[in-house]
Design a protein around this ligand. Structure first.
Ligand code: ZN
Length: 368
C-alpha cells in the first residue's frame, strides 16, 4: 500500500514536470523555444560590418553550456529571468527556453546535475575541455554564479587542473554586497589561494548557514553584479579596457574596490602550484621588457580602495575563529579566518601591505 502511494506521488510529480514543460513551450510559441523566430545560421555581411562586437562571434560566445541541478520555484521569481509558468522545470531548461527565445542564434548545451558529485565532476571537466564551439576544443571562459562554496571549490579544482581561465561571482548573504574575480591559473590567486576563502573548503557548509538570516536576494544587487561580471567578460574576450582581477561592490556605500592577488606558492591545490611553476617558466621565456610589463599588470600597488571581501559570518564567528588574519590594506575585511585545525598550515598572504597593524584590523572587524 505504502509503495503504491509512493509510486502515485512519483507519477504526479512527473506529470507536473511535463505540464510545466508544456506550459513553458506554449508560452514561448513552440518547442523550439524560438517564439516564431528561427535560428539565423549566418548574419548578413551588412549586419556583421556594422556591429562593433562582431568579434564576439569568433570567440564562442554564441555557445553557452549551462550547469545547474536546481528546479525553478515560485520563490525564484524575484530574480533572474524565470517566469511563473516555468515552475517545476529545471533551471537550466528554463534558462535555455528563455534565452533561446531572446536569441535563437545561440547554441545551448544544458546539464541538469550537481557538479560536485564524483561522476558529474568528471563529466563537467570533460565538457570544459571539449565543449568549445569547435567540439574537442576547450571552452573560452568558465563563469561561476553559484551560491555555495562546495560548488566554487569544484570549479576551482577543475580549472586548476585544466589551466582554464574562469570568472567567479557572488552576492553576500545580506544581499547588499557582491564581487567578481578573474582567476587565471598560475597567474592570479585561485579560490583556494586566498586565506579568507580557503576555509570553506574544509568545513561543513551547513555551519555557514545561520538561523534568522533571510535567504532572499535583492534582484538589484544580483543585477549589478551580473552586469559587472558580463562587462568583465566582454573586456576579457574582446581585449579592451582593464579587466579586473577582483572588483567588489558595496551597495550601502556605492563602493567598488578593486585589487589583484598573486597566487599563493603554498596553495593547498597541487594543480594551482603546478600552474604557478608553468606560468613562471612562461614569463621567464618572454623578452625582458615584456616581463616587466606583465608584472606591472598584475600588481596594482596604488590600489587606494583596497578590498572588502564579502562577509558571510557573524561577528561571533569571527571572534571565535582563531586563524591568522591577513595584513590587509585599508578598507579590506576578511570573510573568514582559518579555523583552529588548520593552524599548522598557515597560508602565506599575498595581498598588498598597507602598514596597518593586526590590532587595528581586529578592532575594525569587531566594530563591523
Ligand atoms: Zn591556488
Amino acid at each position: 500500500m505504502a509503495e503504491s502511494v509512493e509510486r502515485l506521488q512519483q507519477r504526479v510529480e512527473e506529470l507536473e514536470r511535463e505540464l510545466a514543460l508544456e506550459r513553458s513551450r506554449r508560452a514561448l510559441g513552440g518547442g523550439d523555444g524560438g517564439g516564431g523566430r528561427v535560428r539565423i545560421e549566418k548574419m548578413s555581411p551588412e549586419v556583421v560590418d556594422s556591429n562593433p562586437y562582431r568579434e564576439l562571434l569568433t570567440y564562442g560566445v554564441n555557445q553557452l553550456l549551462l550547469f545547474d541541478y536546481d528546479k525553478v520555484e515560485l520563490a525564484n521569481m524575484n530574480r533572474l529571468f524565470f517566469q511563473p509558468h516555468q515552475a517545476g522545470l529545471s533551471k537550466v531548461q528554463a534558462a535555455e527556453y528563455t534565452l533561446r527565445n531572446i536569441n535563437p542564434d545561440v547554441l545551448f548545451e544544458v546539464h541538469n546535475y550537481n557538479i560536485t558529485t564524483v561522476e558529474n565532476f568528471q563529466h563537467f571537466m570533460d565538457r570544459i575541455s571539449n565543449g568549445g564551439l569547435e567540439e574537442g576544443k576547450p571552452v573560452d571562459l568558465v563563469l561561476s554564479c553559484v551560491d555555495n562554496f562546495e560548488a566554487r571549490m569544484a570549479i576551482n579544482t577543475a580549472c586548476n587542473e585544466l589551466g582554464q581561465t574562469w570568472m567567479e561571482s557572488g552576492v553576500s548573504e545580506n544581499a547588499v554586497s557582491g564581487h567578481i574575480q578573474l582567476i587565471i591559473p598560475g597567474e592570479s590567486a585561485c579560490f583556494a589561494c586566498a586565506p579568507p576563502l580557503v576555509v570553506a573548503a574544509n568545513i561543513d557548509e551547513k555551519t555557514l548557514k545561520r538561523e534568522g538570516v533571510c535567504a532572499a536576494s535583492l534582484p538589484t544587487t544580483m543585477g549589478v553584479v551580473a552586469g559587472i561580471l558580463v562587462q568583465n567578460v566582454l573586456k576579457f574576450l574582446l581585449n579592451f579596457g582593464t579587466v579586473s582581477f577582483y572588483l567588489g561592490y558595496n551597495a550601502m556605500q556605492d563602493f567598488f574596490p578593486t585589487m589583484s592577488m598573486k597566487p599563493n606558492p603554498q596553495c593547498d591545490d597541487r594543480n594551482c602550484r603546478k600552474q604557478q611553476e608553468e606560468y613562471k617558466k612562461k614569463v621567464a621565456a618572454l623578452p625582458k621588457p615584456e616581463v616587466v610589463q606583465e608584472e606591472e599588470e598584475i600588481i596594482h600597488e596604488d590600489n587606494e580602495w583596497g578590498i572588502e571581501l564579502v562577509s558571510e559570518v557573524s561577528e561571533e564567528e569571527l571572534k571565535n575563529s582563531s586563524g591568522p588574519v591577513p595584513d590587509l590594506p585599508e578598507g579590506i575585511t576578511v570573510a573568514y579566518t582559518i579555523p583552529e585545525k588548520q593552524e599548522d598550515s598557515v597560508a602565506e598572504v599575498t595581498v598588498e601591505d598597507s602598514g596597518e597593524s593586526l590590532e587595528d584590523l581586529m578592532a575594525k572587524m569587531k566594530n563591523m
